[in-house]
Design a protein around this ligand. Structure first.
Ligand SMILES: Nc1nc2c(ncn2[C@@H]2O[C@H](COP(=O)(O)OP(=O)(O)OP(=O)(O)O)[C@@H](O)[C@H]2O)c(=O)[nH]1
Ligand SMILES: [Mg+2]
Length: 211
């Protein structure tokens, strides 16, 4: 079955009225949100997972400014492509707007099953990543860590040292590094394993409330 683009939400005010219990505009598929700094590869990963080119990607950070929802037909979920955080050019007010928008979405969406927290495999978590992770934790959003762009790690020794550093960083914030995924949207490395882990998580039962 083909995946399809579903909905774009431009700001926090547009979130109002979209959700009814577990339903998002009448759709009950559980949601998976892509979280990560701008340019980390969220939109590219959506395309790799869904086997499409629906999500727009760009070398210029800050491409995704809205929340775009896609229907992931194969595994009956909806993916939310969230705007990235931390692009250098963004003004303070723009960052505030981002935080409010993301916070509002996470609080509104009762069927948000999981966040995929994307981290660049070359750098590991930054201070802003840690801040986002703490926020998701405080909202009890289950997280799966995904290290992106593994094709950029040149050789075995670089891969080994990056994994070691990343494992230490995840342990420090209380997460089991063996549950993290290492993927490349470019070579498709690790994509099947990530799909499998998301497929295995059981969807919650949802009944639409009366209006
Ligand atoms: N080498 C390599 N480059 C990648 C990979 N995934 C994404 N990129 C590149 O990284 C850049 C940013 O990718 P996007 O998917 O647009 O990143 P994003 O996280 O959606 O960015 P924003 O929408 O700005 O938040 C693009 O130039 C992509 O081609 C990957 O697996 N390997
Ligand atoms: Mg994007």
């Amino acid at each position: 079955m083909a995946s399809e683009f579903f909905l774009t939400v431009g700001d926090a005010t547009q979130l109002q009225g979209l959700f009814n219990g577990n339903f998002l505009k009448g759709r009950r598929e559980p949601r998976v949100a892509m979280v990560g700094r701008s340019n980390v590869g969220k939109s590219s990963l959506i395309n790799a997972l869904l086997g499409t080119r629906l999500a727009r990607t760009s070398a210029e950070p800050g491409k995704t400014r809205c929340i775009h929802f896609y229907i992931w037909s194969d595994i009956k979920k909806i993916v939310a492509d969230l705007p990235g955080y931390g692009f250098a050019k963004a003004a303070h007010t723009e960052r505030e707007r981002w935080a409010q928008f993301i916070n509002a979405y996470i609080k509104e969406d009762e069927a948000l099953e999981r966040a995929l927290v994307l981290l660049d495999s070359r750098h590991g978590p930054t201070d802003l990543d840690i801040e986002a992770i703490k926020f998701l934790s405080s909202q009890s959003v289950p997280m799966t860590f995904v290290f992106t762009k593994t094709d950029s790690l040149k050789n075995q020794s670089e891969r080994a040292s990056r994994r070691k550093e990343a494992s230490a960083a995840l342990k420090e914030i209380g997460y089991d590094p063996t549950h993290a995924h290492w993927v490349s949207a470019k070579t498709q490395d690790g994509i099947k394993g990530l799909i499998k882990s998301l497929t295995d998580s059981a969807p919650p039962i949802a009944v639409e409330k009366e209006e």
